[in-house]
Design a protein around this ligand. Structure first.
Ligand SMILES: CC(=O)N[C@H]1[C@@H](OP(=O)(O)O)O[C@H](CO)[C@@H](O)[C@@H]1O
Ligand SMILES: [Mg+2]
Length: 542
């Protein structure tokens, strides 16, 4: 390492004095103007991680569903997964080191992690469409080059596309070709093969309205659509030509406000979906004949996918273990339906995709989704091989099911939740099963629920256990929640400090919307009183 050069270049990406940031659930995220030094330093860190793992490492510049003025960065580990926790700590230390301490922190990390500095390093970089992203990704490149790392800048990519590139590059091309073209071809081929088998046809059935959150998803879907147009026609809205990124649109807006995005005209019973700003989340929705809005969230997506996979396995005659992984935010009805009707084991992990992803890796087939629409399915190597064999050896009907499963496996992005890939999986399943969006929605009825945020002086006073479903501290809070929950039917509530915002999140569900709203409000008051609320007391009404 040429420490002199690092110090010299670092001064060109100077850290604002006193600024402290944390590598959180989704990397670093804050106002774009505060991130130049973080980007440079993440370039440095990506090189160290690449040397240590002797693999290609990814750096994605995005702040997902945050407002346009924000930005962020996260590192992608060799198999396309999130950065290992010990390196998250290194990332935080490096980002927060004052200029004069930078060299020491870099050396500390290299020593602690036994990084062979002579090893070659390769980093791939992607960015979303934010106005600040291009310059910030240049700062990442500055960091990579100053420590002698090689790089490939993919330019504009969805977050899951970058995860895919990393995975492809580190598996010798077995997973796919590490180009945007390779991504389009792999997914589209699988999708077209699948939809060829569907018996229903007709233009109306095979068309979908997509709200792209005025983000990168619009660009990429537009590039990709002609590859799969045989199987599906998509109509793009909020494609970035006029509106602002994530403003009154996108998956996060639709899920949290439980209403359709602006800028999209919806006729009754039309199938619609929304991506978030970096296209790693998706939710579906429609208006019924009475004009009521129906949201189909990550829980229902997981249900559709896992029931389809289970059916295929039964047809093939394979008894592989399927597990569904959720978080505490999963609607109680979905968990009940999966366990009691579908007889699929369900596991609950802490919030944050990396927790779900790791749990899902424990199964032959692991399906994981956050309620907000981030998720995918993972297939063990042994399963992939078995299914490939079955697709060649089995007879007739069984063989057809095995072929379908083989294509479904190819259609999923197993590196990360991916709005485009999930959309194609869902569209293929609906077509193959001949299901309308209403029939899908009718699998079960969501329990009414409410999510609120409470401002407190220090959200770390709240600690939780049992996959965040119970508060351990501050004393008395969990008892207060228990007493409140008892007042309502089919009720459940929990609180946890957010990993991405300076708030405490409150979640409540109950047998009616009114009860869920009341319960959420009462729990918010308990948080305010017992966990050091600041500002105005939580008010009833939403
Ligand atoms: C309730 C909720 O939706 N929480 C989101 C949100 O995390 P919080 O830790 O709740 O701020 O952002 C995460 C990163 O995008 C996402 O994984 C998670 O699901
Ligand atoms: Mg996102």
């Amino acid at each position: 390492m040429d420490l002199g050069a690092i110090t010299k270049y670092s001064a060109l990406h100077a850290k604002p004095n006193g600024l402290i940031l944390q590598y959180g659930t989704a990397g670093f995220r804050t106002k774009a103007e505060h991130l130049d030094h973080v980007m440079f330093r993440m370039g440095l860190l990506a090189v160290l991680r690449s040397k240590q793992t002797k693999s290609t490492i990814g750096v994605m510049v995005t702040a997902s569903h945050n407002p346009e003025e924000d930005n962020g960065v996260k590192l992608v580990d060799p198999l396309g997964e999130m950065l290992a926790p010990s390196w998250e700590e290194h990332a935080t230390c490096l980002a927060n080191a004052e200029e004069q301490d930078m060299q020491r922190v870099l050396i500390d990390i290299s020593e602690k992690e036994a990084v062979n500095l002579q090893q070659d390093a390769f980093v791939v970089i992607g960015r979303d469409t934010r106005p600040s992203s291009e310059k910030l990704s240049q700062s990442v490149i500055d960091g990579v080059t100053v420590v002698g790392g090689q790089f490939h800048d993919y330019g504009l990519l969805t977050t899951p596309q970058l995860h895919y590139m990393v995975y492809c590059r580190n598996t010798g091309g077995r997973y796919g070709k590490a180009t945007v073209e390779g991504y389009y071809q792999k997914l589209s081929k699988a999708f077209v093969e699948l939809t060829k088998q569907a018996s229903c046809s007709g233009d109306e059935y095979r068309s979908l309205k997509v709200d792209c959150a005025n983000g990168i998803g619009a660009l990429k879907l537009r590039e990709m659509e002609h590859y799969f147009s045989q199987g599906l026609s998509v109509q793009l809205f909020n494609d970035g030509s006029k509106g602002k990124l994530n403003h009154l649109c996108g998956a996060d807006f639709v899920k949290s406000h439980q209403k359709p995005p602006q800028g999209m005209e919806i006729k009754s019973n039309e199938r619609c979906c929304s991506f978030d700003g970096d296209a790693d989340r998706i939710v579906y929705y429609y208006h019924d004949a009475d004009g009521h809005f129906h949201l189909i969230d990550g829980d229902k997506i997981a249900t559709l996918i896992s029931s389809f996979l289970k059916e295929l396995l039964v047809e093939i005659g394979e008894s592989l273990n399927i597990g569904v992984v959720q978080t505490a935010y999963a609607n109680g009805s979905s968990t009940r339906y999966l366990e009691e009707v579908m007889k699929v084991p369900v596991y609950c992990t802490k919030t944050g995709v990396k927790h779900l992803h790791h749990k899902a890796q424990e199964f032959d087939i692991g399906v994981y989704f956050e309620a907000n629409g981030h998720g995918t399915a993972l297939f063990s190597t042994a399963v992939e091989m078995k299914i490939k064999q079955s697709a060649e050896q089995l007879e007739d009907k069984k063989r057809k099911a095995a072929k379908m499963l083989e294509n479904i496996i190819d259609l999923f992005n197993q590196a990360a939740g991916d709005a485009i890939s999930d959309m194609l999986v869902i569209e293929a399943i609906l077509a193959l099963k001949g299901l309308t969006v209403q029939q899908w929605d009718a699998l079960y009825t969501d329990l009414p629920n409410r999510q609120l945020k409470v401002q407190v002086a220090d959200r770390r006073v709240i600690s939780t256990t049992n996959a965040e479903r119970q508060a351990v501290t501050p004393p008395g809070l969990q008892e207060a929640i228990n007493d409140l929950v008892k007042k309502y039917k089919l009720s459940r509530a929990f609180v946890r400090p957010s990993g991405t915002e300076d708030v405490v999140r409150v979640y409540a569900e109950a047998d009616s919307q009114e009860s869920a709203d009341h319960l959420a409000h009462e729990v918010s008051l308990a948080v305010f009183q017992l966990a050091g609320g600041i500002g105005e007391r939580p008010q009833p009404g939403f």
